[in-house]
Design a protein. Structure first.
Length: 318
């Protein structure tokens, strides 16, 4: 007989025999009941009351590890899981629990070492790849890219890894790197439709990003920056026709209309807020001639720039 210290399990038992299988199972079953209720510390006491005499009991060790994991004490849980694996090396269920625990306790680089060292009988490439996907979903793009590359070292025949690397790079606004990744992928998987469609999507994302900068400049009235965005067609590597179509879709006007709108807004701010001459305002806004400036201005405001300033001045006086 062995006396169990009071407080281990809140019942009236003060002396229990642990030498029989039935009593061991009863104590473990009691622990699992508390574990299911979320009373993990009481459950741990029940499991440890078994482990005092039977330190190699697999179930008691496993359930104890699970309880510590639920309590957030991941380091103790990891050591406990390791002990279970030492007792039962082929237990894949426990290995997956160790993997989940390792994700919470280790830096990505440590996780890779852990998997390559301890999970050789499983599929290290798949484990690391799935971890990379988790990081990717949680917005940890740099870590995700690093883990995708680690998975790629172990599995060079999975085109999805290249695609996900490129997507993570693009989401981090590294469009050039993303397109290089896909260019490399196409040399290995020339006819892969996912790689081809992803490349098209990232090119669109890149174009949309540059158009968004134009919109931001417009909305913030950063007129000079927006004015020089007429060089975007060259920067984007597209024709002015394609660029005009993109602008029409985004801003509901063609590219020349957008640029003239920005220039005119800047002109208005200068006419109202400065004493600059009409000629200086014309060229500062990016118009090639005062004649063009007057024509475009009058088309929109029904008066010339000089007439606008004069009327504005009269209104301010009165």
């Amino acid at each position: 007989m062995i006396t169990i210290p009071k407080g281990i399990i809140p019942d009236t038992t003060t002396s229990v025999s642990l030498t029989s299988t039935s009593n061991i199972n009863t104590r473990i079953n009691t622990g699992t009941l508390y574990q299911q209720k979320g009373d993990y510390r009481t459950a741990i006491k029940a499991y440890e009351s078994v482990l005092i005499l039977y330190p190699n009991n697999i179930n008691a060790n496993l359930y104890r590890a699970q309880c510590y994991d639920k309590l957030g004490d991941s380091k103790i849980a990891q050591e406990a899981f390791k002990k279970v694996i030492a007792l039962d090396p082929n237990n894949d269920y426990v290995k997956y629990q160790m993997i989940d625990n390792a994700k919470k306790t280790m830096e990505p680089e440590q996780f890779v070492t852990f998997v390559n060292t301890n999970m050789t009988t499983m599929n290290p490439a798949e484990i690391i790849y799935n971890y990379a996907i988790d990081l990717h979903k949680n917005g940890k793009l740099e870590n995700a890219i690093n883990m995708y590359n680690e998975a790629l070292k172990l599995d060079t025949k999975n085109p999805e890894i290249y695609v996900n690397i490129a997507l993570a790079q693009a989401q981090g606004n590294k469009y050039g790197e993303a397109l290089k990744t896909l260019s490399l992928a196409k040399t290995k998987f020339p006819q892969n439709p996912t790689i081809i469609s992803t490349e098209k999507n990232i090119i669109t994302m890149q174009n949309d990003s540059k158009l968004a900068k134009a919109a931001e400049a417009y909305n913030n009235k950063n007129y000079k920056e927006a004015i020089y965005l007429d060089k975007m067609a060259y920067d984007l590597g597209v024709s002015k026709y394609v660029l005009s179509r993109l602008f029409s879709k985004t801003f509901h006007c063609n590219f020349p209309g957008y640029v003239n709108g920005v220039r005119l807004n800047y002109a208005i701010s200068m006419l109202e807020g400065t004493q600059e001459t009409i000629t200086n305002i014309c060229y500062d806004c990016g118009f090639e001639s005062q004649r063009t400036f007057n024509r475009v201005f009058k088309d929109r405001y029904r008066v010339t720039p000089r007439e606008y300033r004069t009327k504005r001045h009269i209104l301010e006086i009165h």
